[in-house]
Design a protein around this ligand. Structure first.
Ligand SMILES: [Zn+2]
Length: 173
């Protein structure tokens, strides 16, 4: 199990060049490329999200790689699952709807893609999210009003990594 702490920017326009992108437990700061390589090769990792200013822990979840589950979720979600958000699922976070630290399972009924902005919203504000049958996410705002986000619900074919790499190759002419 690799233990790393990533810096977590609440404001996407904020760039703090003094803060290393990741801290590797027992080693120290590592650059973003090293962090990505370690995370990609690790069989699983615990993610601890902290407030960048106070250092307070905002949330903890456990992430274990499961290629089939990842592909299923990408096909189901297609995008960030906050109502109205159009950020594509690829490149966003896979969030445990109920934190793993609170017993939330790592399975499709408790996982959903959230972009960094809405991942922060879920963990740092009064908004609450629960997952209903059929992959429906129910967001409850601070006033108690609820919003339902449904998966796109169309048949989608997600290429495996070999096919995706081939699709990204440039033509040899
Ligand atoms: Zn979003």
């Amino acid at each position: 199990m690799v233990s790393m702490m990533f810096s977590f920017e609440v404001n996407p326009t904020h760039t703090d060049h003094l803060t290393p992108p990741a801290l590797l437990a027992g080693y120290g700061p590592v650059d973003a490329e090293t962090a990505r390589r370690l995370a990609a090769n690790a069989p699983g990792w615990d993610r601890v999200m902290t407030d960048p200013y106070t250092g307070a822990v905002l949330g903890v979840d456990r992430y274990r790689k499961n290629k089939d589950l990842e592909r299923h979720l990408r096909a189901r979600d297609e995008r960030c699952r906050c109502p109205g958000c159009i950020r594509l699922a690829r490149g966003t976070d896979v969030d445990h709807t109920v934190d793993a630290a609170r017993g939330g399972p790592t399975e499709h009924t408790n996982l959903a893609h959230l972009c960094r902005r809405h991942h922060t919203l879920k963990h740092e504000t009064a908004w609450r999210v629960r997952q209903l049958p059929g992959g429906i996410l129910e967001w409850t705002g601070p006033t108690g009003r609820t919003y339902h986000d449904r998966p796109p619900g169309v048949v989608t074919f997600v290429p495996d990594e070999t096919t995706a790499a081939a699709l990204n190759e440039t033509a040899p002419f």
